[in-house]
Ligand binder design. Structure first.
Ligand code: FAD
Ligand code: NAP
Length: 328
């Protein structure tokens, strides 16, 4: 890896999802000349979905990739410098903060906004990817609406799976929860609600063996499940499969520096985006395991930029005071 001359920006935003773009837009309008490092997935998670119906401001159904293009265009319009690189190392114990790109470029920042998001975990079945956005989803809040009056399955047994099933049960005709063991690890109160719901059936000790579908239009028509105790296969007709086996926040490069919860999500001071390191902020899915929505990520990105601005302004005031007392 060749090291290029270091590049400095007052604010560096890592990530180009809704949180990252929003943070950068606000920082640019605060005249902080932000640099945004886009990462491996420019535009973030919404670039792998189709219809988005819950991002406010659009009466017509919009497409995820289109929405992210608009955010990128807006960021560029207000003067954000967008850099196509991936941060592979972060040295947050140094001042200015030091970030190293996969390109070999070193970036220096007075404030850093981490907006690296999270990724849904997938089972790894080839058809999951093939039918993604066409019958297979990892987000009931996002896609549940498309399954009104239809039959769906949810895979998983944690809080996410049970919450997704309960959410879908308001919309779908039937919800089948498929879990690989014979008990859930979800909170008891959620389990109780699920067991009492007339539209929800639970299939224990079973895994998804296959996804069946049609080509024109591309859609899911059924699944095959395998009972792990008996080896028996069962085909079921349904319209959608929701994979809810957890999410992984993209925080590996910050481990040992920024405080995290046991599951890898960045810890922030309640009601803020402040991490344990003054000058380092975390916004969006990377710090939010509960809501995980584009609009909440954008809102947290806005908060991070406003907090970074306050941090930089306070620091400048301190420097000015120190300078003045040195002269006096
Ligand atoms: P992300 O969108 O995850 O973006 C993270 C960014 O960080 C990416 O640009 C990535 O390249 C970058 N990055 C990661 N690591 C690095 C690194 N080391 N260096 C530099 N950059 C890095 N929400 C809704 O509100 N409505 C919906 O309809 C909806 N549909 C969805 C459909 C699908 C299939 C999925 C997966 C999610 C959906 N969501 C929806 C959820 C929504 O996409 C997320 O909540 C939102 O994208 C989170 O935004 P974010 O900015 O925090 O992170
Ligand atoms: P999780 O708790 O890790 O549960 C994942 C579930 O998926 C488990 O039941 C697991 O099975 C199953 N699973 C994992 N890999 C699988 C595979 N390859 N095939 C089949 N099944 C698989 O994840 P989560 O439910 O997303 O929750 C993550 C964290 O967020 C938890 O701390 C949770 O409490 C929290 N959360 C909280 C709320 C809330 O408070 N309302 C809501 C959502 C999430 P096993 O049970 O066999 O391991």
């Amino acid at each position: 890896m060749i090291e290029h001359a270091a590049r400095h920006a007052p604010v560096i935003v890592i990530g180009s999802g809704p949180a990252g773009y929003t943070a950068a837009i606000y920082a640019a309008r605060a005249m902080r000349k932000p640099m945004l490092i886009a990462g491996l997935q420019p535009g973030g998670q919404l670039t792998i979905t189709t219809d988005v119906e819950n991002y406010p401001g659009f009466a017509d159904v919009i497409q995820g990739p289109w929405l992210m293009e608009q955010m990128r265009a807006q960021a560029k319009h207000v003067g954000v410098e967008i850099v196509e690189d991936i941060i592979v190392k972060a040295e947050l114990d140094k001042r200015p903060f030091r970030l190293i790109g996969d390109s070999g470029q070193v970036y220096l920042a007075d404030a850093v906004i981490i907006a690296t998001g999270a990724q849904a975990k997938w089972l790894g079945h080839p058809k999951e990817l093939y039918f993604g956005g066409h019958g297979v989803s990892a987000c009931a809040t996002c896609d549940g609406f498309f399954y009104r009056g239809k039959d769906v399955a949810v895979i998983g047994g944690g809080n996410s799976a049970v919450e997704e099933a309960l959410y879908l049960a308001h919309l779908a005709r039937s919800v089948t929860v498929i879990h690989r063991r014979d008990s859930f690890k979800a909170e008891k109160i959620l389990q109780e609600r699920l067991f009492n719901h007339p539209a929800i059936e639970v299939v224990w000790n079973s895994v998804l063996e296959d996804i069946e579908g049609a080509e024109e239009p591309k859609s899911v028509t059924g699944i095959v499940i395998r009972n792990l105790k008996t080896g028996e296969m069962e085909a079921r007709k349904l319209d959608g499969v929701f994979i809810a086996i957890g999410h992984s926040p993209a925080t590996d490069i910050f481990k040992g520096q920024v405080e995290m919860r046991d599951n890898g999500y960045i810890k922030v001071k309640p009601g803020t985006t402040e991490t344990n390191i003054p000058g380092v902020f975390a916004a969006g899915d990377v710090a939010d395991e509960v809501y995980r929505q584009a609009v909440t990520a954008a809102g947290l990105g806005c908060m991070a930029a406003l907090e970074a601005e306050r941090y930089l302004a306070a620091r400048e005031l301190d420097h000015a005071k120190t300078h003045a007392s040195a002269i006096a």
